[in-house]
Design a protein around this ligand. Structure first.
Ligand code: GCU
Length: 401
C-alpha cells in the first residue's frame, strides 16, 4: 500500500513538473490530451453570484460588468470623449470598377485636447443602389496594397469587387493610422490624444486603439447618406480579428462581426492553453493589451473572464468566427468551444441554439445560426473562401432586415 501511495505521489509530481516546465519554456501545446482541466467563468452569473435569467438582467447588469472586466484586465479602457470629428472626401470616382462602384477616399479627423488624429478610409459603394447600403468594414492589419483604391493591386484579403457584386459596400482603414503595430511607436497614434492611457494599468493599447478607430469610422458612416449605418459589419483577421471582436463588444452600433483566425485573446478560450498562450502573446506583443493583462501570464485560471464572454457581449447581434485547419496556433477547437459557450447568452434572445456540440468538419460552414462558424482547410489567412461565407451569412442576417 505504502508503495502504491509513493508511486501515486511520484506520478503526480512528474505531471505537475511537466506542466510547469511546459509553461516556463513557453513551448506551445498542440496535444489535446495535455489541455489542462479548467472551469470557465459562468457568463450568466454576476460577480455577486446572481443568476442571469433574462435579457433585462443581462443587458442592465451582467453585460456592462463583463465589458468592464475586459477593459480592466485585458484590452484597456475605451475613451469615449473627443472634441470634434470632421471628414473630407479626398478623392471620389463615380465610375470605379468599370462603373460598378463609386470610390470615396475619406479623411476622417478626430480632434481632442488640441491634438489631431487622421484616419484614412477607402470606401467603395455599389453604383445606383436602391437606398443606403450595408457595409463591410475591414480593420486592415496587413499591407496597405491590400486595399488599393485604384485596384491596380487586387487581393483576396479584401476582395472589393466580389463584395460590390454582392450588393454591399466595402471599406477599410489601416491599423497604423490608430496605433503603429510596434512595441515602441504604438503610442504615436490615438494615444497622443489620450496620454493618460499609456501609463494607466488598465489603459488602452494597440488592439484597443484599432477598435476605437473602427468606432470613429462608424461615426463617419452615420453621416454618409449612401451607407446604412445600422448595417455595418466589422471584419478583422488575426490581430485585426481580436480588434474586431473588441470593437463589436464595446460599440453596440456594429450590426455584425466577422472575426477570422483571431486565436488567443480573440475568439479562442485562453484557459485551454492550446497553441498561443497569454504569456507568449504578452511577451511578443507587449503593446497590444493593457498592462494589467500581464498578471495573467501563466495564470489563466485567475482571469475573471474568458473569451466566450467577449463573444457573448456581442449578443444578440450575428457573429461569425473562423479558423483554418492548419492554424493550430489559433486553436480551432478552443475557438469553437468559445462560441458554443457564448450561446447561452444568445439563447436569452432565443438565438444561436442550433450550434452542434462538436466543431463541424473542415469546410462545412454553419451559416444558419446567429453564431456562425467555419474551419477552412488551409493556412492562417483571410481568403476568398472566408469572404464567400461572410457574404452568405450577411445575406441571411443583414440583407433580409
Ligand atoms: C501572431 C500572433 C497572433 C496573431 C497573429 C496575426 O501569430 O501570435 O496572436 O493573431 O500573429 O495577427 O497574424
Amino acid at each position: 500500500m505504502q508503495y502504491v501511495k509513493r508511486f501515486a505521489l511520484y506520478f503526480l509530481f512528474v505531471i505537475v513538473l511537466n506542466r510547469l516546465q511546459a509553461q516556463n519554456t513557453g513551448e506551445p501545446n498542440y496535444d489535446e490530451s495535455k489541455v489542462p482541466a479548467y472551469t470557465l467563468p459562468n457568463v450568466l452569473k454576476t460577480v455577486t453570484n446572481r443568476q442571469v435569467r433574462n435579457k433585462a438582467t443581462w443587458e442592465q447588469l451582467r453585460r456592462p460588468e463583463i465589458i468592464k472586466l475586459f477593459e480592466d484586465n485585458v484590452y484597456g479602457q475605451m475613451p469615449k470623449a473627443f472634441d470634434r470629428l470632421t471628414y473630407s472626401i479626398k478623392r471620389e470616382n463615380i465610375s470605379a470598377m468599370a462603373g460598378k462602384a463609386t470610390l470615396k477616399e475619406v479623411l476622417i479627423e478626430v480632434v481632442h485636447d488640441q491634438k489631431r488624429l487622421a484616419i484614412n478610409l477607402v470606401l467603395f459603394v455599389p453604383t445606383k443602389p436602391k437606398g443606403p447600403v450595408p457595409v463591410f468594414l475591414l480593420i486592415n492589419n496587413r499591407g496597405k496594397e491590400n486595399t488599393d483604391p485604384i485596384r491596380a493591386h487586387k487581393s483576396d484579403f479584401w476582395p472589393a469587387e466580389m463584395v460590390i457584386d454582392s450588393g454591399y459596400a466595402i471599406a477599410a482603414f489601416h491599423v497604423s493610422d490608430l496605433a503603429p503595430d510596434d512595441t515602441v511607436s504604438y503610442v504615436n497614434g490615438v494615444l497622443r490624444l489620450y496620454p493618460e492611457q499609456v501609463t494607466a494599468p488598465n489603459g488602452m493599447r494597440a488592439i484597443g486603439a484599432w477598435a476605437w478607430g473602427a468606432s470613429r469610422v462608424l461615426d463617419y458612416f452615420e453621416k454618409d447618406p449612401s451607407i446604412d449605418a445600422k448595417k455595418v459589419a466589422i471584419v478583422g483577421h488575426s490581430r485585426g480579428g481580436k480588434a474586431a471582436l473588441w470593437a463589436a463588444a464595446e460599440d453596440q452600433r456594429f450590426a455584425m462581426c466577422f472575426s477570422n483566425c483571431s486565436g488567443n485573446t480573440g475568439a479562442a478560450l485562453s484557459r485551454r492553453r492550446f497553441g498561443e498562450t497569454i504569456r507568449r502573446i504578452n511577451t511578443v506583443f507587449p503593446h497590444w493589451f493593457a498592462k494589467n493583462y500581464k498578471k495573467f501570464n501563466n495564470n489563466e485560471d485567475l482571469l475573471p473572464v474568458d473569451q466566450h464572454m467577449l463573444l457573448a457581449a456581442i449578443a444578440p447581434r450575428p457573429l461569425y468566427v473562423t479558423n483554418a485547419s492548419k492554424d493550430l496556433w489559433a486553436d480551432p477547437t478552443g475557438t469553437y468551444l468559445s462560441l458554443k459557450n457564448a450561446s447561452s447568452v444568445y439563447a436569452l434572445y432565443k438565438l444561436g441554439s442550433n450550434l452542434p456540440a462538436n466543431p463541424p468538419a473542415i469546410n462545412q460552414p454553419i451559416i444558419n445560426s446567429s453564431l456562425g462558424y467555419h474551419n477552412r482547410e488551409g493556412e492562417h489567412n483571410l481568403t476568398a473562401y472566408d469572404w464567400n461565407s461572410f457574404l452568405k451569412f450577411a445575406d441571411v442576417y443583414l440583407k433580409s432586415r
